[in-house]
Design a protein around this ligand. Structure first.
Ligand SMILES: [Ca+2]
Ligand SMILES: [Ca+2]
Length: 330
């Protein structure tokens, strides 16, 4: 009996096919796992959409006062959270009124008169040269989040510089802005600000202050419009942005009788902003400080959701948020 016959005798009839199948399965599992992992790493990268924040008008001149509108083009993304920061030179222009915000992103938490989370006051903006607006979708509106293009906020501006033909800009701080969709995904942001000409020199010495926009009956043969001399751009003197992002609620002057001296609220687990519910706002606070610790720029101690003594914001804090997401203060 040769070796082949011995082996053949050892295995029962038909078992060779079974071992072949077993071999295919054993080799196939690692290959399948490898392929699934590759697919899993590719899918999230492909899903991050880019949205655009723009201020309009893109160009203009002052005076007279203008209204600046901040628009978000979210495309097909369903927006749950918007934070934008606009910088300007307060020695050139000032806000001429308070900031208005969209009704499409509002939260009906108490007090109901403050639909925003953070909104810079006119006085603060004019002293810092910084407009900060943070808005979020109310939980009751979760079924109808805004998408496409919509106005996020608007505010009037006026010129304060006295020099002629100055150029000034409104620029978004991209790294300090954030748009989050309803899947808690921070979207990529492209921005486009505004450029304004201040006190443009009038070419004709019109004695009346109102700009004549009516066509003069006698057409001058060739209106000499001297090209506006481009001045050397004044160095933007941006004040150092205030690092604090603490939402100090401004007391409403309207005679609300229910306002007791605010007791320190009891924060439930995962409730970073301590407003009584664990939602996308808390995720955003966590996300902005993820990977950071005390002393790091932009670190928000509220993001330390597990109250670890080292103050670090990491996966442990994420798990506190994850397991409490959707909870409300009883
Ligand atoms: Ca909260
Ligand atoms: Ca922590």
């Amino acid at each position: 009996m040769n070796l082949f016959e011995k082996v053949k005798k050892f295995f029962p009839r038909g078992s060779g096919r079974r071992y072949l199948i077993l071999l295919v399965i054993v080799l196939g599992i690692p290959v399948a796992v490898f392929l699934v992992r590759r697919i899993a790493t590719y899918i999230p990268q492909a899903q991050v959409a880019t949205v655009s924040l723009t201020s309009s008008p893109a160009t203009g001149s002052l005076p007279p006062n203008l209204t600046v509108r901040v628009n978000l083009n979210a495309g097909a993304s369903r927006v749950g959270f918007v934070r934008f920061v606009l910088n300007f030179n307060p020695a050139h222009i000032n806000l001429a009124g308070e900031i208005s915000t969209t009704a499409r992103l509002r939260q009906s938490r108490e007090p109901a008169t403050d639909p925003w989370i953070i909104k810079t006051s006119m006085a603060e903006a004019n002293s810092t040269g910084r407009v900060v607006v943070v808005l979020a979708l109310d939980e009751l509106d979760r079924s109808n989040p805004p998408s496409g293009t919509f106005e996020v906020a608007s505010f009037p501006i006026r010129v304060v510089a006295t020099g002629q033909n100055l150029t000034t800009q409104l620029t978004f701080n991209v790294t300090d802005s954030q748009v989050v969709d309803m899947d808690a995904q921070a979207l990529n942001i492209s921005t486009s600000g505004s450029t304004f000409t201040l006190n443009p020199a009038t070419s004709s010495p019109t004695p009346t202050s109102t700009p004549t926009r009516m066509p003069t009956p006698t057409p001058t043969p060739s209106p000499i419009r001297t090209p506006t001399p481009t001045l050397t751009p004044t160095p933007t003197r941006l004040p150092t942005p205030t690092p604090t992002r603490v939402n100090t609620p401004t007391p409403t002057s309207s005679g609300t009788i229910t306002t007791t001296p605010t007791p320190t609220p009891i924060c439930i687990d995962g409730d970073a902003n301590c407003d009584g519910s664990v939602n996308i706002l808390d995720y955003s606070i966590f996300f902005a400080s993820f990977g950071k610790g005390p002393g790091d720029p932009g670190y928000d101690p509220r993001a330390n959701l597990n109250h670890s003594p080292d103050g670090l914001v990491n996966i442990l804090d994420y798990s506190v948020l994850f397991y409490n997401f959707g909870n409300r203060r009883p």
